[in-house]
Design a protein around this ligand. Structure first.
Ligand SMILES: *Cc1c(COP(=O)(O)O)cnc(C)c1O
Length: 354
């Protein structure tokens, strides 16, 4: 065996949900938003001749709109190619201690992949029996803290007091709150940004803004922490954001009404869908996101997952400890969810006769 093989970085990559090619599937497996981007985004005429130029490396148009929207300075905003890019960059920039970083045992399954990629030591304190974060587990020496709020794939939102308590107990650590789902429920940690210089809040256009295909994510923090993130970015790739993403992202921010109305529709659908699942014998964790995490009293999640897929309905199943009885079901249109409920009613009816 040639020894160059020993020098190849070994990583076990993150596995995203399937993107089936067929057009007629009901796709409830990757937490996309069914309503599509704002009409302003759809109508924007981009001069394609501009594509001959490199985009603005600072993505100023988008950064300024985001700063204005969130009432922060442009120096407090960092944009990247989806929040996955922002988070990967944040791990690389902020987590350089010998001490382990901390994130929950059940959470976004990209965190351990980045930790492994960058050789960052990590520990994963267990969520409690109700899948709630145990804040005391984060009151110990660490090299940084990261978790989503609302959490994924549970959908559970931890109150701001919990976040604040963790921040207060960790003045020597950078704490990243991944707010991919915050628009669907809960108060953002952005409201306490002024008080904690070690807080980084990460957001995405993929879920609430229905623009997963454009790949836009951002971080908001102190000018000092954002400058550090930019230094790493500019040492790596000057042009992470392409021109269409900058322009269309900025356009989306300017349509608050459409944004609010589509988020409202997703939340209303989630509420009736949870009741419908309940009537079918499921238990759902309390969701503040655009998905629900549900377990059935007698039918294994994996069986439902496979049967639904055969019928062209895609949901997400994780074959992982503690959560392998659960399905993560994204909230689609009312019609999508009615069809899924119909499928379940039929399937569960059959399964319980056997
Ligand atoms: C979806 C998701 C992301 C990544 O979203 P992008 O599409 O890369 O912006 C990050 N964190 C969590 C918890 C997510 O669910």
């Amino acid at each position: 065996m040639a020894s160059w093989r020993e020098n190849i970085r070994q990583v076990e990559p993150y596995v995203p949900g399937e993107q089936p090619k067929a057009a007629d599937v009901i796709k409830l497996n990757t937490n996309e938003n069914p309503y599509g981007p704002s009409p302003r985004v759809r109508a924007l005429n981009l001069d394609r001749n501009l594509l001959r130029l490199y985009p603005d490396p600072t993505a100023a148009t988008l950064v300024e709109k985001l700063a204005e929207y969130h009432h922060v300075k442009p120096e407090q905003v960092f944009v990247g190619v989806g929040s996955d890019d922002v988070l990967a960059m944040a791990f690389l920039t902020y987590f350089n201690s010998e001490k382990p970083i901390l994130f929950p045992d059940i959470t976004y399954s990209f965190y351990d992949v980045w930790a492994q990629l960058y050789k960052i030591p990590y520990e994963r304190p267990a969520l409690n029996h109700d899948f709630r974060l145990v804040k005391e587990d984060y009151y110990r020496e660490n090299g940084g803290i990261v978790f989503p709020n609302p959490n994924a794939p549970t959908g559970i939102y931890e109150p701001l007091e919990t976040i604040e308590e963790i921040l207060r107990r960790n003045p020597d650590s950078i704490v990243i709150i991944d707010e991919a789902y915050i628009d669907f429920g809960g108060t953002s940690a952005l409201t306490i940004l002024d008080q904690y210089e070690n807080l980084v809040v990460v957001r995405t256009f993929s879920k609430s803004r229905s623009m997963a295909g454009l790949r836009i994510g951002y971080a908001i923090s102190s000018p000092e922490l954002i400058a550090a993130l930019n230094n790493v970015k500019y040492s790596y790739n000057s042009y992470t954001m392409n021109l269409p993403s900058i322009m269309l992202g900025a356009e989306s921010i300017q349509d608050e009404e459409y944004f609010q109305s589509t988020v409202g529709k997703v939340v209303a659908t989630r509420e009736w869908f949870v009741k419908a699942l309940d009537e079918l014998g499921f238990t759902c964790l309390p969701s503040s996101a655009n998905f629900v995490f549900a377990t059935h009293s007698c039918i294994p999640a994996k069986e439902i997952f496979e049967a639904a897929k055969k019928r062209g309905i895609y949901v997400r199943y994780f074959d992982l400890p503690r959560i392998d009885h659960y399905l993560r079901i994204s909230i689609g249109t009312d019609e999508d969810m009615r069809r899924f409920v119909e499928f379940l009613r039929e399937y569960i009816g059959h399964a319980s006769q056997e």
